[in-house]
Design a protein around this ligand. Structure first.
Ligand code: UD1
Length: 384
């Protein structure tokens, strides 16, 4: 089987790592050549900085991408269209049996759309193709925030609607897909590949010396912010930053700043005050192992990320999510996540409650056990 996996932006790389590792493990155990998987990796180049992309391939031991489309940044339309234009000839040339996309970024929907309409011609060797288009597989399917103002929500709905096999991380994903009329036989509840990667790398992450590098000697909180709805206007960003200043009176904060957020803070004239606060360490985006190390040691995490809600749940670290909805409800109902929104008083109150030890302990959701990648590969082999 020829499998082509797509990754484009930072949160994709952790998911790709688990797939690549499960494929390698499968090939290592298989003697029958017809059950071997040839794995090709396409990087769209949506994220391109060393810190947003390359360091993840190094940290996670992901094979170097076979193809990089180098699309870079742009408006949603430009970025999506550019990926589609550059991906189509690659797909026609490579003719994989299966194309696998992960998550909900623009690269996910762009490549899915191309694969759903492509028609393979003669293969390079002159043989007729074994199928007309690849089987499209979406990993992390079914998640819904029910907020169509989020570009990711649009990407999720559209990707799921035209994928052939849907691999789901939590029960809510199965329920959502069934409600949308997806045939039950397409849906597979396999667990969470992000957690496979976390488990595989936790020991290595514990050896990171990032806490010494940042001179962290006391308890600390960890902050990330990058959602357009939080960081793209001064009206939303300024109060959130003020709230961080307030919380920093009670606990030192580490804030690795996403390029989008840094750009906007600079633009709105909000960066200098943050840099002047000795109780907040402003850092560049961190590599996977360093960041995992910091989550594990944090007294609390404040974030608007999707994946970090899951990682904190598995590590039992309290997480305040600065959003009004989450597409990962199991992190709230079973995990350590508090969905607080952007009300400053509520954020401050919850942070103080957590710091005084009054917080939920949480439990590990079903199938977040490190074996999701293996389940996916087993199903692919059976299916193809
Ligand atoms: C994208 C994803 C989002 C994901 C996030 C993680 C979509 C719609 N959004 O949002 O779901 O949570 O990645 O980071 O796909 N930039 C750099 N270097 C880079 C990449 C980006 O400087 O390597 C800057 C560019 O100025 C760019 C801005 O960051 O304009 C935003 O990047 P973009 O990929 O468009 O969206 P994200 O906000 O990162």
């Amino acid at each position: 089987m020829k499998l082509m996996s797509i990754a484009g932006a930072r949160p994709n790389f952790m998911k790709l790592a688990a797939i690549a590792s499960a494929v390698q493990e499968h090939n290592g155990k298989t003697t029958a050549t017809d059950r071997m998987i040839v794995h090709r990796i396409v990087h769209t180049g949506q994220h391109y900085d060393q810190k947003m992309s390359e360091s993840f391939f190094d940290d996670l031991g992901i094979p170097k991408p076979d193809i990089n489309l180098e699309v870079g940044s742009g408006s949603h339309a430009t970025q999506t269209a550019e990926i589609m234009k550059r991906f189509e000839p690659v797909l026609l040339e490579e003719q994989p049996d299966v194309m696998l996309v992960v998550g909900d970024v623009n690269s996910t929907i762009a490549c899915t759309l191309v694969a759903s309409k492509v028609k393979y011609g003669k293969s390079a060797a002159g043989f007729p193709p074994s199928r007309k288009r690849p089987i499209i597989v979406h990993v992390e399917a079914g998640l819904r925030s029910f907020d169509r103002d989020m570009p990711e929500e649009v990407n999720r709905i559209l990707t799921d609607a035209i994928s052939d096999l849907l691999f789901v991380t939590e029960q809510s994903g199965v329920d959502n897909l069934l409600r949308e009329g997806v045939a039950p036989e397409k849906i597979h509840f396999v667990g969470n590949v992000m957690i496979d990667t976390l488990k595989q790398h936790l020991e290595k992450a514990q050896r990171s010396n990032i806490r010494e590098e940042l001179q962290l000697r006391t308890a600390y909180g960890l902050v990330t912010l990058h959602r357009p709805s939080n960081v793209d206007t001064r009206e939303t960003l300024e109060p959130l930053l003020q709230c961080l200043h307030d919380i920093s009176q009670d606990i030192h904060l580490i804030f690795p700043v996403h390029p989008r957020t840094r750009h906007n803070m600079q633009h709105f004239g909000l960066l200098a005050k943050l840099l002047d606060n000795p109780r907040i360490t402003v850092a560049e985006p961190l590599g996977y192992l360093d960041f995992l190390n910091l989550i594990q040691g944090a007294a609390l995490v404040i974030t608007d990320s999707g994946g970090i809600q899951e990682e904190t749940t598995v590590l039992g670290v309290p997480c305040i999510t600065l959003r009004h909805n989450t597409e990962r409800p199991v992190t709230v109902t079973e995990g350590t996540n508090y969905l607080i929104g952007t009300d400053i008083d509520k954020i401050l109150h919850t942070a103080l409650e957590i710091l005084s030890g009054r917080c939920k302990k949480g439990s590990i959701p079903k199938f977040w056990d490190g074996c999701a990648g293996k389940r996916i590969v087993d199903i692919l082999i059976d299916h193809v």
